[in-house]
Design a protein around this ligand. Sequence first.
Ligand code: NAP
Ligand code: MG
Length: 516
Amino acid sequence: DFIQMAVRKFRGEDKEEELVIDYVSKNMNNMTVNMPYQCFINGQFVNADDGKTYDTINPADGSIIASVSSASLADVDKAVAAAKEAFENGEWGRMNARERGRLMYRLADLMEEHQEELATIESIDSGAVYTLALKTHVGMSVQTFRYFAGWCDKIQGATIPINQARPNHNLTFTKKEPIGVCAIVIPWNYPLMMLAWKSAACLAAGNTLVLKPAQVTPLTSLKFAELSAKAGFPKGVINILPGSGGLVGQHLSEHPDVRKVGFTGSTPTGKQIMKSAATNLKKVSLELGGKSPLIIFSDCELDRAVKMGMGAVYFNKGENCIAAGRLFVEESIHDEFVRKVVEEIKKMKIGDPLDRSTDHGPQNHKAHLEKLLQYCETGVKEGATLVHGGRQVHRPGFFMEPTVFTDVEDHMYIAQEESFGPVMVISKFKNGDVDGVLRRANTTEYGLASGVFTKDISKALYISEKLEAGTVFINTYNKTDVAAPFGGFKQSGFGKDLGEEALHEYLRTKAITVEY
Ligand code: NAP
Ligand code: MG
C-alpha cells in the first residue's frame, strides 16, 4: 500500500510546479486515502535525518496504520533554518497581506475539498467518530482558516497623541509586526483542529512555523502539509515534524532562532515549555489542562441539562480540553438527573468510529485507556459510587464504557484531577446554596471552562461573574466558535486561541515616534 505521486502545486498566479510525495495508501470508508508519512521540511517530504520511524496505531483495533518518520534534533535545526529563511528572505515576507489572505482562503478550500479524506484519516488515527471528525475536527479547522484569512489585511496599529517637544511636533504610531519563526506543539485529542487554531492565527499574522503534532496522531498534520504545498504556500513557511515531545518539542522550545511557542497540552508540560522558552525569552502562550465545573440548578430545563451535561462529558469520548470535569447537581433534582443520564447512556452506540450510527469511539491510545481505568479504580477505592461503566469494552481496540460516579466528595482524587476521558463525576450541593457551590467550583488550580444551567438569568450572570474560568457557558456547553476567544485562567494557562485576541499572540507592537 505504498505509492508515489506527483501532485501539482500552485505557485503564484500562473506557474505550477510538481511536488513528489510518497504515500501510504488505503481503501477504507468507501474511498482511497493517501497519507504522507515523512517529515515536511522546506516544502519537501523527507525521511528523518537519521532514518528513524515509529508506528502510528488505529485505536479502533490496535492495528498499525503507517510507519511515520520520527524527526531528530538535526531535523529541527533544518526546519527552523528553513522557516527563518522563508521569513527573512523568502517571498512570504514580501507578500502583501491581502495576498497572504488569499493563500489561506485557498488552503481552506482545499481542506474542504479533502474533508472526507481528512476526516477518515483523523478517525483512524485518533478514534474520533467519523461524523464528528467531519463536522468538528475538520469542519471547524476549515472555518478557522477562513476566519483568520479574513484578518490578514485588517491588522492595524494606532496613532497616539504624545507630549510635543515644543516648538516641534511629535507623532507616535504603532505597527503590528509578525514575530518571526514560531514553534507550535499540540496534543492528540483534536489533532487537526489544534493545528488549525494555532497555525491559522500564526500565519495570518505573517509568521512562519514549525509544528510538532502529538506522536500518537501525526497523520492529519502531514496531510495538511501536502495541502498547504498544493495551495501554494512558499517553501519553509510551514514545516511539520512528527516526533517525540521530549526531543523535538523540547529542542523547539529551547531553540535560539524560535521567537514564540504556542502550546496546547498538559499543565506539567506547559511549565516545562515555559522554562525552556526562558533560554531566549520566547513569547509563550499555553492552553493547558482543566477540571471545568458544571453547576446544575433545580430551576433548569432538566432534559436539556441532561443532554448538554452528557455532551459536556462524553463529547469526543471525553478527550476534550473543556470537558466538564465535575458536575455539581442541586440536591432536589440530583437523583432524577442521575437516573436520566444512565438511561441515555444505555442508548449510546459504542463501536466502529467509521460507522455513521456510532456515538462513542475508542479512546485515543492504549496508555490513555489504561490511565482512565486506573482513574476509575481510584474513584471506587476512595468511596465514590460507581453508578455505570468504569470498564473496558470487550471488543478489539481501546474502548471504554461511558462512566458515571456519584457521591464524589471534594477531597477525592477524581474530584480534583482531570480524567480526559468519558467519566462523569457528580457531586451534590444543598438546595439554594449558590455561594457554597461557587466556592467548591472555584477550589481548583485549573480555570479553563465552566458552565451553569438555570432559568434564572440573574443567578446565571452572578455565577458567570464569580466563576474563575476563561469560558463560561450558560444553558449550553461546548459551544466554541472561531470568533470567540478561548483560553484558561490560573494553571490552565494564558494566551487565547481563536478570535481577534489570538492574532495578537502572534504579533509584536512597534512604536514609531517622529518629530517634525
Ligand atoms: P502533553 O503530554 O503535555 O503533550 C502535549 C504535546 O507536548 C505533545 O505533542 C507532546 O509530545 C509534547 N511534549 C511532551 N513533552 C514535551 C517537552 N518537554 N517539551 C515540549 N513538548 C513536549 O499532553 P497530552 O497528555 O498529550 O494531552 C492531554 C492534555 O492536553 C490534557 O491535560 C488536556 O487538558 C490538555 N489539552 C488542553 C487543551 C486546551 O485547549 N487547553 C486542549 C487539548 C488538550 P508527545 O507526542 O511526545 O507526547
Ligand atoms: Mg494513532
